[in-house]
Design a protein around this ligand. Structure first.
Ligand SMILES: *[C@@H]1O[C@H](CO)[C@@H](O)[C@H](O)[C@H]1NC(C)=O
Ligand SMILES: *[C@@H]1O[C@H](CO)[C@@H](O)[C@H](O)[C@H]1NC(C)=O
Ligand SMILES: *[C@@H]1O[C@H](CO)[C@@H](O)[C@H](O)[C@H]1NC(C)=O
Ligand SMILES: *[C@@H]1O[C@H](CO)[C@@H](O)[C@H](O)[C@H]1NC(C)=O
Ligand SMILES: *[C@@H]1O[C@H](CO)[C@@H](O)[C@H](O)[C@H]1NC(C)=O
Ligand SMILES: *[C@@H]1O[C@H](CO)[C@@H](O)[C@H](O)[C@H]1NC(C)=O
Length: 622
């Protein structure tokens, strides 16, 4: 202990002595915020802070040597009294925080101590002097244990309502079993926010849930291995709005197949979380015997009507074949990306029918593309605005798949195996972004290109034929389309103002048959992503689809047309001429009575001849 005092007092002496040292080189003051980075020694700590500072960041340097104890009374200068938010981070050699370390910060409401990778000890009197502290963040301190935290906050911070313990106790091999100390520490608080994600602890028992969590609005238990005790969850967190149970070792079992119909509803999450709005159950595994014995069932039929957002990403569930009665009236967004889904029944979506966003990218829905259910998959989603169906091994899209989704603004079909596209889109009046990139499309049918032009024309009033001389509107159009080099939108708010279509990464082919498509690419006012880089396969080479390339193709096709026309018409004219001459001659020689029969015969001959010549000319062309 005496060494400890010596070190401390030496440090204090150092602070006093080197007080005159200028800290301006590491501290930056802007408005109410003061940021000091690269603190190596205790002497780098600012002894005083600007009068106007309310929010202060103090960050340790990578080589913050000789800095093992966070000493007491370094914030005692009166200038610290006004600070209400203090963040200390990256003091990686500090192993303990002393008593009264925060003395002087009497108005502190929020304290964060982050990434102190060696921190093991927080003196039980450390928070004595911050009486109105509401928010405490002790995240990413892997050596710190729950009991240490419990000791420091028991009886000390009566107003605490926000506690983050992300990644706590990670250096311990044994998960911390939450016992009476931790329970007692939390029991006299009214926590509304608790993040224990990625922390190393086991067990979460009835008492905790019933008595400690009852005021929670936010609870994050993702990446933990705690054993969930579901039977005690019901009705015990009536205020809970956000619940994250992603990647939990003992995650709830999602009973999407209604296999447990007969069992009691007691073990079902969501049964009585009456305020739940945001639910995250990512990384959910379908088969896990261990879990099905201990775990709980998340059955959609029991999700609360307040639910707005549901994340079920990276699940290994393949089939959701379920009929759920009812509907979540406030639901907005369902994210089922990057899983293994092969079959989802349309009735499942009907339960989430008011949704605006549906993310199904990165699954295997191509496996159900020929089933009747796929045609109806989206038929209940009348308010859908955003749809991801990318990367699903789709080889085709049913013509009327989107017939009920008139509100669609964003439609992502990229990275599938589509080789043609026969879908109805004319009714998608609000479409702003259509992503068809990285498919196997050789062309777009004229129905699609025409529909896109119509949709665009309906959307933008100033595109409706302005006079060709109106320079200002032309300029506007051009600047709009140049703005297109944006990446793929990630939020509804990111959608471009003008209808944008991405057909990059397709093996486009040019021929005289799809000249309309090539001309459309160069003429359309629809904004094509990277239009100037688009190429197509033409005569064993890649033709760039710029004005020059298009005129080359047009020239080629018109030349071809001339050849065809001449190769057919010249011999035909000759023949007809010949026949007329012949006929005239015969007329002179024959009697009038024979004439009708002769005319019939010669007609037949002409036809045969013309057919023959046509075949020939085609062969010539080839
Ligand atoms: C500082 O405050 C002024 C006025 O309140 C504000 O306009 C400015 O953006 C702030 N600057 C910073 C860096 O926060
Ligand atoms: C929960 O914690 C994990 C890991 O710390 C984080 O990635 C996730 O975003 C958190 N969830 C919510 C809803 O904030
Ligand atoms: C849900 O919880 C509330 C509050 O705890 C309770 O009043 C209500 O009866 C519960 N409802 C059901 C269906 O258990
Ligand atoms: C879905 O359930 C119905 C009725 O139970 C059944 O006929 C059908 O084969 C199931 N579909 C799949 C893909 O499992
Ligand atoms: C030209 O276009 C602009 C923008 O659309 C419009 O405001 C203006 O009235 C037009 N001028 C004429 C002469 O048409
Ligand atoms: C568009 O072109 C830019 C620049 O050449 C490139 O960085 C970007 O990846 C391209 N986008 C697509 C979708 O190909």
């Amino acid at each position: 202990m005496w060494q400890f005092y010596i070190i401390t007092s030496t440090l204090i002496v150092l602070i006093v002595n080197v007080d005159s040292l200028n800290n301006d080189n590491i501290c930056v003051q802007s408005n109410e915020t003061s940021t000091c980075k690269g603190i190596r020694l205790m002497t780098d700590m600012p002894a005083a802070i600007s009068e106007s500072a309310r929010i202060v960041y103090l960050q340790g340097a990578i080589d913050s040597l000789s800095f093992k104890t966070f000493p007491n009374r370094i914030f005692e200068d009166p200038s610290w009294r006004n600070v209400f938010t203090l963040t200390l981070s990256d003091f990686k050699f500090v192993t303990q925080i002393e008593q009264h370390a925060f003395a002087g910060l009497e108005n502190l409401k929020s304290l964060s101590i982050l990434r102190f990778v060696s921190l093991r000890e927080i003196n039980s009197n450390a928070f004595d002097t911050t009486p109105i502290l509401k928010k405490l963040d002790l995240s990413f301190n892997p050596a710190l244990s729950f009991s240490e935290v419990a000791n420091a906050i028991t009886e000390k911070v009566p107003h605490l309502d926000h506690l983050s313990l992300v990644g706590l106790n990670k250096q311990s091999i044994v998960p911390y079993v939450i016992g009476s100390t931790f329970k007692a520490a939390l029991a006299n608080k009214r926590l509304t926010y608790l993040d224990m994600s990625n922390a190393n602890f086991a067990s979460l028992d009835k008492e905790i849930i019933m008595n400690v969590f009852m005021n929670l609005r936010f609870l994050n238990l993702s990446f933990t291995i705690m054993a969930w005790m579901p039977a005690h969850l019901d009705g015990s967190m009536p205020e809970l709005e956000t619940l994250d149970l992603s990647y939990c070792l003992y995650a709830p079992r999602l009973d999407l197949e209604n296999r447990n119909k007969k069992k009691s509803n007691k073990n079902k999450l969501g049964h009585n979380l009456s305020s739940l709005k945001y639910l995250y159950v990512n990384g959910l595994k379908q088969f896990d015997n261990f879990r099905s014995r201990n775990g709980i069932t998340l059955e959609p039929g029991w999700l609360n009507p307040s639910l707005e957002y549901f994340e079920l990403r990276e699940s290994d569930i393949r089939v959701i074949n379920v009929t759920i009665l009812g509907r979540l009236d406030k639901f907005r967004k369902l994210d089922m990306s990057n899983g293994e889904f092969e079959f989802i029944s349309p009735k499942f979506f009907s339960y989430f029918a008011p949704m605006k966003t549906l993310m199904l990218g990165g699954n295997r829905l191509g496996k159900m593309e020929h089933m009747m259910e796929f045609h109806e998959l989206l038929s209940h989603l009348h308010q859908l605005e955003w749809l991801n169906l990318d990367d699903n091994e789709l080889t085709f899209v049913p013509k009327r798949l989107f017939s009920s989704n008139r509100e669609i603004k964003f439609l992502d079909l990229h990275a599938n195996h589509l080789n043609n596209l026969k879908i109805d889109i004319m009714h998608l009046h609000n479409l702003k972004y259509l992503d068809l990139s990285e498919n196997r499309l050789r062309t777009l049918p004229v129905e699609i290109t025409a529909a896109l032009d119509v949709v665009l024309a309906k959307q933008s009033s100033y595109f409706v034929v302005t006079s060709a001389n109106n320079i200002s509107s032309l300029k506007q159009i051009r600047s709009e389309s140049h703005r297109s080099e944006i990446g793929r939108p990630v939020h509804l708010g990111d959608l471009p103002d003008i209808l944008t279509v991405d057909i990059t990464g397709n093996p486009l082919e040019c021929s005289c048959d799809n000249l309309y498509f090539v001309e459309w690419i160069s003429n359309t006012r629809v904004n094509l992503v990277n239009r100037s880089d688009l190429t197509c396969h033409f005569q064993e080479a890649e033709l760039t689809l710029n004005k020059e390339g298009v005129s080359r193709l047009q020239y080629h096709c018109s030349k071809l047309a001339v050849i065809i026309v001449t190769s057919i018409s010249v011999p035909v004219t000759l023949l007809i001429g010949l026949a007329i001459v012949c006929c005239l001659k015969r007329r002179c020689c024959r009697k009038q009575s024979r004439r009708p029969k002769l005319a019939k015969d010669s007609h037949a001959t002409y036809e045969a001849n013309i057919k023959y010549i046509r075949c020939d000319s085609k062969r010539d062309m080839l």
